[in-house]
Design a protein around this ligand. Structure first.
Ligand code: SF4
Length: 430
């Protein structure tokens, strides 16, 4: 049997002389002309995949909707985390039409805890496009799939290849890692042109009629064997001809420039406990409909300048108090409750949380003394109040007093979910 790497090396050297310079990785890969060398990788990969593939819920059917939902969920998220979310989501929205017609709050609620919530909103917007333009059926034409909201080259390639068996590339981080190592590509995978180069290699590697399995096999190899820090080369189905391994560079590849560190931001939040009719509830507000964590619920909080270790928060506490005063509330002195951290793609929040207890009787007393009837501006659970949002855009802000049971209905980002779960858990025990 011809050794593809030796054959490849010979060809490359000959042509190197002809072109009078060293080849780029892409020219070198293009120069692998023999069927054997191209077939080796694909053949061994597919034999391994047929034997070792994981039984994942979205692999049990080739339903394009299931594949689409799973691929969106799997972005930035591990398979083990995604599986229960996938089951819940499909149970609640079994078809594209049902997803399109659901209230957006329900869709975000089903996504709660997965993060990157714009994925959920885009998924629903694309479902609405599919209902409007394709009678609720996932289109199989390239341009129609690419036109869906939130669907980039990777997701489009995954839908077209996995669901419709089209020989389209689906290049994510796992795939780039495998190809960088196997073909010894030292280009920076953070650069779009490297991904585009890899997209061009893949169709030539896909065996006739096996696009669905091939792309999944490539992703699976990256997830299970050719892992980021410790590739398991000794049990790898393509180890014999992997150039990265042969050159001893498997741990140095892929080359990737580091993303910028998330910007640190200090925040100060208040967990205000209700009293009287609102006993057992806490005050939350809804974020604006656009921007970070759009439309999700949270504790009231403000930007704080003081470093996390600072003890004197006088200025910031004053700003928080103003926020509550504008709602016509009165409360007991605030005291520290906990500090929580959360990293979004570009911001890292350190959030100090204070607790306080509502004291409606103080305002009622003042009102009685002045003869003006006392009214609480902040509404009960279902009503809404208007307030300028923190960014000063004048957008409406909804406020609610919520009990623990309300957390099943409305969606919170993980950071606030953890704080509130801890608070309600402790409240039950006390
Ligand atoms: S031999 Fe090692 S580096 Fe090469 S593809 Fe397999 S696991 Fe990755």
């Amino acid at each position: 049997m011809t050794d593809p790497i030796k054959a490849h090396g010979k060809e490359a050297n000959e042509t190197d002389e002809a072109i009078g310079r060293e080849r780029t990785a892409w020219e070198r890969i293009d120069a692998i002309e023999t069927d054997e060398s191209k077939a080796y990788f694909s053949r061994e990969l597919l034999i391994w995949y047929d034997r070792s593939k994981r039984d994942l819920p979205w692999r049990r059917h080739r339903d394009p909707y299931f594949i689409w939902v799973s691929e969106i969920m799997l972005q930035q998220t591990r398979v083990d985390t995604v599986i229960p979310y996938f089951h819940r989501f499909i149970e609640r929205f079994p078809t594209i039409r049902e997803l399109a017609e659901a209230p957006q709050e329900d869709v975000v609620k089903m996504w709660e805890g997965l993060g990157y919530y714009s994925r959920a909103r885009n998924l629903q917007a694309a479902a609405q496009q599919i209902v409007e333009l394709h009678d609720g059926q996932m289109p199989s034409e390239r341009e129609h799939v690419f036109a869906l909201k939130g669907v980039g080259p990777y997701t489009a390639g995954a839908i077209l290849s996995i669901a419709f068996n089209r020989p389209e590339p689906a290049v994510d981080g796992n795939v780039m890692r495998v190809l960088s190592r196997y073909f010894l590509i030292e280009d920076d995978i953070a650069k779009p042109k490297t991904r585009i180069g890899m997209e061009k290699i893949i169709p030539g590697l896909i065996p006739e009629g096996r696009a669905s399995d091939f792309n999944q096999a490539l992703m699976e190899l990256g997830a299970l064997i050719c892992t980021p820090k410790s590739p398991h080369c000794l049990i790898c189905p393509v180890m014999e001809h992997c150039r990265g391994r042969i050159e001893g560079m498997e741990r140095d590849l892929p080359v990737k420039t580091k993303a910028k560190k998330p910007r640190p931001e200090q925040r100060l939040a208040v967990l205000l406990e209700g009293a009287g009719e609102r006993e057992g509830r806490v005050l939350v507000r809804r974020r604006p409909r656009t921007g970070l964590l759009a439309g999700m619920w949270e504790l009231p909080h403000i930007a704080a300048d003081s470093a996390p270790e600072a003890q004197d928060l006088g200025l910031e506490v004053g700003q928080l108090e103003e926020l509550l005063e504008d709602l016509g509330l009165s409360w007991s002195p605030m005291s520290p409750y906990m500090t929580a951290e959360h990293t979004f793609s570009h911001i890292h929040w350190t959030m100090r949380v204070l607790t306080a207890r509502e004291q409606p009787e103080v305002l009622a007393q003042l009102a009685a003394e002045s003869g003006v009837p006392y009214e609480v501006a902040v509404p009960e659970a279902a009503a809404e109040a208007l307030e300028a949002d923190e960014a000063g855009t004048g957008a409406e802000v909804e406020w609610r007093w919520i009990a623990e049971a309300d957390m099943r209905e409305i969606a919170f980002p993980n950071l606030f979910l953890n704080i509130l779960n801890r608070y309600f858990g402790e409240a039950k025990q006390s």
